[in-house]
Design a binder for this molecule. Structure first.
Ligand code: GDP
Length: 360
């Protein structure tokens, strides 16, 4: 499954957040015998729709989608020069499908900042610089071969061009993720290079709680990293929230003007950054969210449950969550003509409640 690598400079609150994340580990709750790696946190993506479905279908169990975070320790200035820790850091990032940087934006004189001051933009640039330098090395190594190939096979000329455009963009200090669209680079052509800065980025700003309801400040911080997704949380508060029962947690969240915890927001944002979406199934046994790539067709969605479902796909019986809830039951939704039969070309929509018809 897809994973998000968490990176950040020392003392930004990475461990604090990650500990809270792993305390929330859904693997621990749903698969008691699963081996859980200490640096991996698998968190449920909260979906209130599942509770509603469980009510309608009398489901015994609720299974939300999940998203995996990997703690990637050890960013150091000079990581791209590839010594010891630096090498391991880059290797771990290569394996992740998206990058989540935790950025310190909280003020606290008792917590030393590695550079002596709180400066979110500078923190972001330090990490970007290491990744950009590593990508430039990858390109420099690839170019001689690409130039040779392009002389022999003319259709590889466009790949070579795209690589050179990427090199220029990186040399200007911009990541592929942030700048490729604007620079008109067709990233599909350079996918084989597996550039790190081509991965989707997500930023967690670790802020003081007063910033959580300060939209102007939040916009200022988001602007530093556009077009990346951003979320804002106070890692210290998240650590406290994890210890509280539902009611007390709700009260604490209300007191800081939030209706969802930072960790829950992180799960949603992570899911989105990875380009994923869910569809829903429900019955007496369980109400469940299944994970598919955005844009997946009905047979592809069926394949997530079982490969046989995809192979033997006939059609999907689909009702939108809202229509189902408005009707009150599956039978009433059918009677109201709200249940559609969709074929193999149907592209799944968020909130589809599905039953597949297949032959084995
Ligand atoms: P890491 O090095 O990035 O993993 O940072 P840690 O999670 O170990 O945090 C470094 C220090 O900052 C610890 O003393 C934390 O208690 C403190 N800290 C983390 N998050 C916050 C925060 O949101 N606010 C404040 N005031 N302190 C924090």
């Amino acid at each position: 499954s897809l994973t998000i690598g968490i990176v950040g400079l020392p003392n930004v609150g990475k461990s604090t957040m990650f500990n809270a994340l792993t305390r929330n580990n859904v693997l621990a709750a749903n698969y008691p015998f699963a081996t859980i790696e200490p640096n991996v946190g698998v968190v449920g993506v909260p979906d209130p729709r599942l509770d509603v479905l469980a009510g309608i279908f009398g489901s015994a169990k609720i299974l939300p989608a999940s998203v995996s975070f990997v703690d990637i320790a050890g960013i150091v200035k000079g990581a791209s020069e590839g010594e010891g820790l630096g090498n391991k850091f880059l290797a771990n990032i290569r394996e992740a499908d998206a990058i989540c940087q935790v950025v310190r934006a909280f003020e606290d004189d008792n917590v030393v900042h590695v550079d002596g001051r709180v400066d979110p933009l500078s923190d972001i640039e330090i990490i970007n610089t290491e990744l950009i330098l590593a990508d430039l090395q990858t390109i420099e190594r690839a170019l001689p071969r690409q130039e040779k190939d392009a002389r022999i096979k003319k259709d590889l000329q466009s790949t070579l061009e795209a690589t050179k455009q990427a090199q220029e963009l990186l040399e200007s200090g911009t990541t592929i993720f942030a700048g490729a669209a604007k620079a008109g680079i067709d990233t599909a052509l350079i996918r084989d290079l597996q550039l790190m800065t081509a991965k989707p980025f997500l930023y967690v700003f670790n802020v003081d709680t007063d910033v959580l309801s300060d939209d102007a400040r939040k916009q200022e911080l988001s602007a530093l990293v556009a077009p990346a997704d951003t979320i804002f949380l106070d890692a210290k508060t998240e650590e406290e929230l994890i210890e509280l029962d539902e009611e007390d947690a709700k009260e604490l969240l209300e007191s800081i003007g939030q209706d969802e915890s930072g960790l829950d927001q992180l799960a949603h944002a992570g899911f989105n950054t990875l380009g994923l979406q869910t569809y829903l199934t429900a019955g007496p046994k369980e109400a469940r969210a299944w994970t598919i790539p955005q844009g997946a067709t009905a047979p592809e969605a069926a394949g997530v449950i079982h490969t046989d479902f995809q192979r033997g796909f006939i059609k999907a019986e689909i009702v939108s969550f809202d229509d189902l809830v408005a009707a009150g039951s599956m039978a009433d939704a059918k009677a109201a003509g709200k249940v559609r039969m969709e074929g193999k070309d149907y592209v799944m929509a968020d909130g589809d409640v599905v039953e597949f018809r297949f032959s084995l």
